[in-house]
Design a protein around this ligand. Sequence first.
Ligand SMILES: Nc1ncnc2c1ncn2[C@@H]1O[C@H](COP(=O)(O)OP(=O)(O)OP(=O)(O)O)[C@@H](O)[C@H]1O
Length: 373
Amino acid sequence: MTAELMTSAITLTAVTKSYSTVAPAALQDVNLDILPGTSTAIVGPSGSGKSTILRIIAGLEDANGGRVRLAGRDVTDLLPEQRGISMVFQRPLLFPHLTVLDNVAFADRAAGLGRAQARERAREHLDMVQMSTFASRSPHSLSGGQQQRIAVARALAAKPSVLLLDEPFSALDPGLKDEMHAMIADIRAAVNPTILFVTHDRDEASAMAERIVVLENGQLLQHDTVDHVFHRPASLAVARLLGGKNAFAGVIEEGVHHSGLGPIAVTSELPSGPATLVFRHEAVTVALQQSGNDVDAGAPATGNAGVTVCQTSGASQLSGVVTSIARRGPRCEVVVRVGDAEVHTEATPRQPITVGNNVTVNLPCEALWVVPE
Ligand SMILES: Nc1ncnc2c1ncn2[C@@H]1O[C@H](COP(=O)(O)OP(=O)(O)OP(=O)(O)O)[C@@H](O)[C@H]1O
């Protein structure tokens, strides 16, 4: 492999975009700093402005205000082909009349490179996406996943310092998606472009990126590490958009959060006042209460908020009653009524838990997070 390393920081400053004077702005004052060589996912509901951000960075759409910089260079007024960016779309958009090899050689040919040399470089990029044996095939003879590999190889052949991917693998089945994620990891190891991609799939965001940008209604709600957006959301909106199911409105008084769930010790550093307690259901386990054990075995069957102090054991334990169980692949999601509230938890299908059981909910301290009301 002779491909050279290529990577750029991406900086958006106060970028706004309105497609019409009557519709709400597609992007509102978006500021974003993407470090070179990183991979970042953009997530958000449909219509939140995800594709618009990519298109403005690529130069396919003009912003109404703000600046776009790549590696510190202001590219706002440059044409797409002057920016050193490649973009891959949900559909591969290969040239049907060219072979796979010539599809990938296209950028070099257009840049004036001789056919033999362009094809030699194209072979390197086909190799990078493990498609060298398909070089002489026509695009229509390939599967959707194979065509998307060729689209990625063609994008890389333009030697971009930034690779933008707009829901590139959303049409593929889960097994193929995993293979594509492995391919992106190989590409990062080989040429390390800065990657910014749009996805609706939270698992894909965490599989392919180390950071996530969360958008809603054209506004950037949070840009942070994968771990932080899932476990330390900046707002209730972020928690919800990332699939968080446990949120309890209440009030903090002297380091204790009070809600329908009961009193939960948080941290004394948090100011007193209204706040919502959030935690991921994946972090919460549930266990059948055995009579005689030391966990609130006498709780009434209607469910009762356990007193919860979160220090020595590193976890709060709540007593409750199972109200529903739903299978989620290899896991089960178990909903437990605790006091006035419902807590979403996870269990394995082998656990002997049924609806109506008295259970203990184990809430690890590190899973707790508080967001403003
Ligand atoms: N060419 C266009 N003309 C008019 N409005 C547009 C155009 N492109 C996008 N919009 C509007 O701008 C807003 C943001 O669109 P965008 O495609 O960026 O959202 P998105 O988050 O990528 O959505 P999705 O997840 O559905 O692809 C939407 O309200 C959309 O209808």
